[in-house]
Design a protein around this ligand. Structure first.
Ligand SMILES: NC(=O)c1ccc[n+]([C@@H]2O[C@H](COP(=O)([O-])OP(=O)(O)OC[C@H]3O[C@@H](n4cnc5c(N)ncnc54)[C@H](OP(=O)(O)O)[C@@H]3O)[C@@H](O)[C@H]2O)c1
Length: 221
């Protein structure tokens, strides 16, 4: 059974995913309210997160090179990174250290550079290799369900990965924190690269204070 996939994003009134003030605490409070088994993160989002919030030059230490022991009673989600090009080579220790995730799993493809595969293997990062050029997202999610018992996935990404999840009919729901701001022209928008029109039905809407709304939609099949 494929996992349920929820796209969760904070957007401005003009649909941008960047270029305005994002309430990170609120973003993660709502994200974790889905009790996800996995957070799906695009490589650009992951690298940008390090650049924005951490010191990218902070080196790996010996403890970072080992997979933490996995406890079946640990209910924290795993962090799953889509990275066919090896963008996160040398950077995954930042994500292994995060307290709100219990493991780091990397999705790669047949074209992923061998040096990156060696980096993953030497550091005991579990990986799933499927797809010729890019990661075959549907197949990878199926394997995540089988190997890691993942039933609910929340995509915590920007625009491109979410667009692929929509276009490939993988996403089941969209969860939007709509923020009363206009980011303006030139900012990346959540739906900007989607080519196939889709319709949705409202699941719920709630006011979050300070003009913010939480809107949840289910894709019509
Ligand atoms: N507002 C919010 O809630 C929010 C949340 C997260 C991020 N952001 C912001 O969004 C920006 C990043 O957004 P982005 O759109 O540039 O990056 P992104 O969402 O991280 O998307 C890039 C990822 O999508 C994968 N991808 C794209 N098309 C694919 C396909 N057809 N099949 C398989 N994989 C595919 C890429 O894979 P490969 O690496 O394998 O090519 C890459 O991992 C950052 O500025 C970040 O701060 C905002």
């Amino acid at each position: 059974m494929p996992p349920r996939v929820i796209i969760h994003t904070t957007v401005s009134l003009d649909g941008a995913v960047i270029g305005f003030d994002i309430d990170i605490g609120l973003h993660y409070e709502k994200l974790l309210s889905y009790h996800p088994d996995a957070l799906l993160v695009g490589s650009t989002t992951a690298k940008t997160g390090i650049e924005l919030f951490l010191d990218i030059h902070e080196p790996e230490v010996p403890a970072d090179r080992h997979r933490p022991p996995q406890d079946p009673a640990d209910k924290r989600p795993i962090g799953v990174f889509v990275d066919s090009r090896g963008v996160l080579h040398g950077l995954l220790h930042f994500y292994r250290r995060l307290e709100h995730t219990r493991d780091v799993v990397v999705l790669v493809s047949e074209t992923t550079p061998e040096e990156y595969l060696a980096y993953l293997q030497e550091r005991e990062y579990p990986s799933i290799r499927c797809g010729a050029e890019r990661v075959d997202l549907a197949a990878a999610l199926g394997e995540l369900a089988g190997r890691f018992g993942v039933e609910t996935v929340v995509s915590d990404s920007g625009s491109d990965l979410n667009a692929a999840l929509m276009e490939q009919w993988i996403a089941d729901e969209i969860s939007l924190i709509v923020t009363p701001a206009i980011a303006g022209a030139g900012q990346k928008t959540l739906f900007g690269s989607v080519r196939t029109p889709r319709t949705m039905e409202l699941i719920s809407s709630a006011e979050l204070g300070e003009g913010r709304m939480h809107l949840r939609y289910r894709f019509r099949r």
